[in-house]
Design a protein around this ligand. Structure first.
Ligand SMILES: C[S@@+](CC[C@H](N)C(=O)[O-])C[C@H]1O[C@@H](n2cnc3c(N)ncnc32)[C@H](O)[C@@H]1O
Length: 294
């Protein structure tokens, strides 16, 4: 993500300064044509994604493809499916980490786990799971809380490439210091090294962590509800959507949520000011954990 942000420095200078309104207006029209073309030809709907973030990523791809205009990218994306795949990777922003925001997992352990213990069977949906670190983090937490055996975890993302990585359970060893620190800060009750085997510059998670996990492609914008869940975690995904799209996805979550089910969002996200906000009460305001109450 950091690399993508830096690309904004490479956007045409006049546009960065916003002093050439006509050029900016034209660029916005081209971006609308691009997202409309992607939707109609490839079926991915980025039409209501937040514009500043889209612009940065589109310009990153324009330069990476050796192009210089949005119009050039439109042509390439419509005629070259491998270019669409590369753009999809840029637009879907896959930044993630093991026990990302450790205090979220700490709050989940303390405030949600006791409720889950009262259920005979627990269905959990990780929407926008990226390369799966969040899913393995939850699987570890559930194993430590003796809940894993009665859980079924559905881990979905729009991007097939990240799902393949998630399914493999193989991650770079270089992240291990951060992983271990996060695991401890998240209230881990064992030692992180119990859960993986190191091989050269990678580590692979114990297969038992994947046993109750189904990884599948699902597009939050265009696909329907596919089950009813006790827990839905969608962290750091809605932040890239505008308010219209956030409302649409929140309706999807409400349609997919059991009464008294738990919704977990990212730090900078909230259900409060969406169309379905009144259906939830706060379980932990800082960690953006909510309970469905109507
Ligand atoms: C920044 S990552 C967040 C990963 C993880 N939830 C976390 O918090 O670490 C955002 C993920 O949302 C996925 N995503 C973006 N748009 C989506 C959509 N319309 N449907 C499903 N997933 C989407 C991206 O592919 C990406 O993997």
């Amino acid at each position: 993500m950091a690399a993508a942000l830096h690309m904004s420095e490479k956007m045409p200078e006049s546009l960065s300064l916003a002093d050439d309104q006509e050029k900016l207006d034209l660029e916005l029209i081209e971006i609308q044509l691009l997202t409309e073309g992607i939707y109609r030809h490839h079926g991915f709907d980025f039409r209501d994604y937040s514009l500043p973030s889209m612009r940065r990523r589109i310009w990153k791809r324009i330069y990476a493809e050796g192009l210089s205009t949005v119009a050039g990218l439109i042509e390439k994306v419509l005629h070259d499916s491998s270019c669409m795949e590369r753009l999809l990777l840029d637009l879907s922003i896959n930044t993630t980490a093991m026990f990302r925001d450790p205090t979220f997992y700490l709050a989940f352990r303390r405030k949600v786990v006791p409720v889950l213990h009262t259920y005979p069977y627990v269905r959990i949906w990780h929407a926008g799971c990226s390369t799966g670190e969040e899913v393995y983090s939850m699987a570890i937490l559930l194993q430590e809380e003796s809940l894993y055996d009665r859980c079924r975890i559905y881990a979905t993302d729009i991007n097939e490439a990240v799902l393949q990585k998630a399914k493999s359970g193989i991650f770079p060893l270089a992240t291990m210091q951060e992983n271990t620190a996060n695991y401890i800060a998240a209230g881990g009750t064992g030692t992180f090294s119990e859960y993986y085997t190191a091989r050269y510059d990678h580590f692979i998670f114990r297969p038992s962590l994947r046993e109750n996990v189904v990884f599948a492609q699902h597009n939050l914008v265009t696909d329907a509800s596919f089950n009813i869940f006790n827990v839905i975690l969608c962290r750091n995904v809605l932040i890239y959507f505008n308010s219209v799209l956030q409302d649409r996805v929140q309706h999807l979550f409400l349609d997919s949520m059991e009464m008294f089910g738990t919704l977990g969002l990212g730090r900078k996200e909230s259900v409060r000011f969406t169309a379905v906000g009144d259906n939830y009460e706060e379980v932990d305001a800082d960690e953006k954990i909510y309970r469905r109450i109507r």
